[in-house]
Ligand binder design. Sequence first.
Ligand SMILES: O=P(O)(O)OC[C@H]1O[C@](O)(COP(=O)(O)O)[C@@H](O)[C@@H]1O
Ligand SMILES: [Mg+2]
Ligand SMILES: [Mg+2]
Length: 340
Amino acid sequence: MDHAADAHRTDLMTITRYVLNEQSRHPESRGDFSILLSHIVLGCKFVCSAVNKAGLAKLIGLAGETNIQGEEQKKLDVLSNEVFVKALVSSGRTCILVSEEDEEATFVDPTLRGRYCVVFDPLDGSSNIDCGVSIGTIFGIYMAQDKDKASLDDVLQPGKNMLAAGYCMYGSSCAFVLSTGNGVNGFTLDPSLGEFILTHPDIKIPKKGKIYSVNEGNAKNWDGPTEKYVEKCKFPKDGSPSKSLRYVGSMVADVHRTLLYGGIFLYPADKKSPNGKLRVLYEVFPMSFLMEQAGGQAFTGKERALDLVPSKIHERSPIFLGSYDDVEEIKALYADEIKA
Ligand SMILES: O=P(O)(O)OC[C@H]1O[C@](O)(COP(=O)(O)O)[C@@H](O)[C@@H]1O
Ligand SMILES: [Mg+2]
Ligand SMILES: [Mg+2]
């Protein structure tokens, strides 16, 4: 890239400038939220750099521990968790952290506390680390009632109460996608500048898509509506073309594609996992928040995903999210089942 030419570009919107612009829309703001976001962005840059050199720096493979989910932790899971915990605590703007990798929530030392609660999956798609396929970080932000009296009630809140949500995808490029409740914007890391640049302003998901994304290996255990829906994607009876199947197995990558190209991502309940696999606080809610902000929908099989009230920090839920019309179809199949 020609940096000299870059300096004269007037359209170069960095994430730093974007966040400051957002801040100026709230004249009462003291800049705490901007500082918190800058620490999340720093954590993402750090993890991106570690992911890029994982094979060279002996960062692939297992860490030798099992997390609360009963999953074997990879070295990069552990490293990413440490990076985000440090980045968030040192921001001085957080009071509670909930990470996929930590059994208990972290209550930040009172001397370092701020008003925000951050729920996060430090490294999503761990099974794809060792083969270099896209992985990511997912986060959601709530505000505590009172930082000094912060309790789990501050995070066991429906997703619609989140102030912001986003993810960073470590893929063929490093993409940071953010919503502060005012639409969705996508930034791409320019590795030579070390800055995220706004490349996907005001993302809107297509109303209907041509792709469905699901782990079909679980099909024998699906419930009726999911089975019918996937059958319809493959063999539509109304003369419309079949949908294509795409499934990476990293939620970040599957949702990123769904957001940009349209379609639907499903991780349904099945006979073996009646609550599905994905975790409500740091996978289902942030992605559902982004989908709604981009004009799509997110549904649990029972209700709007963002209305769900979690009762445990590592709770799971089935999830169907994506283009408005595609999610509408699966909602109709679940409604038919209730009537029958
Ligand atoms: O291998 P499966 O059962 O299809 O599950 C894939 C899902 O599991 C996850 O990898 C879980 O995330 P983690 O790697 O953070 O545990 C999602 O990213 C993905 O959507
Ligand atoms: Mg995950
Ligand atoms: Mg993870």
